[in-house]
Design a protein around this ligand. Structure first.
Ligand code: 5AD
Ligand code: SF4
Length: 441
């Protein structure tokens, strides 16, 4: 039996969560984690395929790992996650070194599959989208030393936005039971985690099985009750499913951080319709107004795309207009990327790369200005920060506000894992500089 493994994780937080799950499963089998894949007997690449760029990165990573395998043929090389699901056997044709292909939905079988590969030395391809959710079994001590943790509360997506590959690689929505999620949360808290983020492609449509079919607001209330938990977050939400009950949670649940990531994708009704998003720009703007009336401090972040097929200059200007109206705290912005198998792939009127690049740069410069103004407006304010570690440049401590802004500050004490009150001295483009006022707990 091989005894050292290395997992390379690409893509979103769901993938990070999946990698944690795999690492715990492998630890149960007695394998030891190593950082450098050169030292590993088992290498797993957890891939993303949401945009062409993510796929290129995954392929070049696979190229690098194949070289290791050529040098050490006894190494087991697995490609898992979204690109593995999408490309399946095609990948083997290009990279015959691969021993395992496994989609995100199949990860619950990772232990059995690995045992089979090791004993029979046979290649396995596991890409059944109907596979069940893995049940949770913690590996004691795995999360020690982490202040923030993630829990995947559901898999898949039913929305089929016309640009998106996710429903094809992560299958239909299926929600985990509240009991299972709570027991995972309890385990994280026991190991020292103070902030939990509940994850799903569209957490607003969380619905567990059972008589009362508990919804997402119910789950938030249950998790926020857990003793020892300081903060609760969730992502991602879909505007068409954001209920009043959920919006009210931002007023009533103390531990729920005042931050909502609510992707709008485009600012014009015609593009939203072609994307099959199921809401209008006015509906989106109304939701933001409701959220801000519930909590004026709430931070709103979003995802947006430029250059969707057929996007005219005036449709794009509607996107800029929405950004100016809402004044987001931060935005993740992307050029539309054609994904084979989606509805948009078959649409005509593709926008050329240079035009997409110029729209993206106009959008990003507008948002940079808004973000900077918002960060500067915090100068002089007192904010509570959960301290997560040392800043990258070293020396300073670093943490995040409830609104998810990074704050760096000096201190002679180790506050990691605690809430501290800081006075904001400077607001920069990507972070804030603070000064300690009071030590809370
Ligand atoms: N092209 C560009 N961006 C995309 N996203 C999803 N699919 C595509 C695509 N085909 C973006 C969306 C989504 C984020 C996770 O990735 O903005 O919210
Ligand atoms: Fe995450 Fe989507 Fe990328 Fe899969 S394709 S890793 S779900 S962002």
């Amino acid at each position: 039996m091989s005894h050292k493994f290395s997992i390379i994780t690409m893509g979103c937080q769901m993938n990070e969560c999946d990698s944690d799950y795999m690492a715990q499963s492998l630890a149960h089998l007695g394998l030891l984690p190593v950082n450098d894949p050169n030292d590993a007997d088992l290498i797993l690449i957890n891939t993303c395929t949401v945009r062409a760029k993510a796929e290129q990165k995954a392929l070049s990573q696979l190229g690098r790992m194949s070289i290791i395998k050529r040098r050490k043929p006894e190494v087991i090389l697995g490609v898992v996650g979204c690109m593995a699901q999408q490309q399946g056997t095609e990948l083997i044709k290009r990279f015959p070194q691969i021993d395992l292909i496994m989609g995100p939905r199949e990860l619950g079988r990772i232990q059995d599959v690995l045992k089979r590969i090791i004993s029979d030395r046979q290649r396995v391809i596991a890409i059944d989208l109907r596979a069940c959710l893995p049940s949770y079994f913690p590996f004691g001590g795995y999360f020690e030393g982490r202040v923030a943790g993630f829990i995947s509360i559901m898999q898949g997506c039913n929305n089929f936005c016309t640009y998106c590959i996710v429903p094809y690689v992560r299958g239909r929505e299926i929600s985990r039971s509240p009991e299972d999620i709570i027991s995972e949360a309890r385990n994280l808290i026991r190991e020292g985690v103070k902030e939990i983020t509940l994850l799903g492609q569209n957490v607003n449509s969380y619905r567990a099985e059972g008589q009362k079919r508990p919804n997402f607001a119910f789950l938030l209330r249950e998790v926020s009750r857990l003793e020892g938990l300081l903060r609760l977050r969730f992502t991602t939400s879909h505007p068409k499913d954001l209920s009043d009950e959920l919006i009210q949670c931002f007023a009533h649940l103390d531990k729920l951080c005042p931050h909502l990531h609510l992707p709008f994708q485009a600012g014009s009704n015609s593009v939203l319709k072609r994307m099959k998003r199921g809401y209008t720009r006015d509906h989106y703007i109304d939701l933001i107004a409701k959220l801000r009336s519930m909590n004026p401090e709430i931070a709103i972040t979003s995802d947006v795309m430029v250059g969707f097929p057929g996007e005219s200059e005036s449709e794009f200007l509607q996107t800029l207009d929405l950004i100016e109206k809402v004044r987001f705290d931060a935005i993740f912005s992307f050029k539309y990327s054609d994904r084979k198998g989606t509805f948009a792939y078959k649409m005509g009127e593709k926008i050329d790369e240079a035009e997409k690049a110029s729209r993206l740069s106009a959008l990003q410069s507008l948002q940079r200005q808004i973000t900077l103004e918002k960060n500067r407006a915090l100068e002089g304010k007192q904010l509570e920060v959960l301290v997560e570690g040392r800043s990258k440049k070293g020396g300073q401590l670093t943490g995040r506000t409830g609104t998810n802004k990074v704050v760096n500050f000096d201190s002679d004490f180790n506050h990691i894992g605690s809430l501290v009150k800081l006075q904001i001295k400077d607001g920069f483009q990507n972070s804030l500089q603070g000064e300690i006022i009071l030590f809370n707990n």
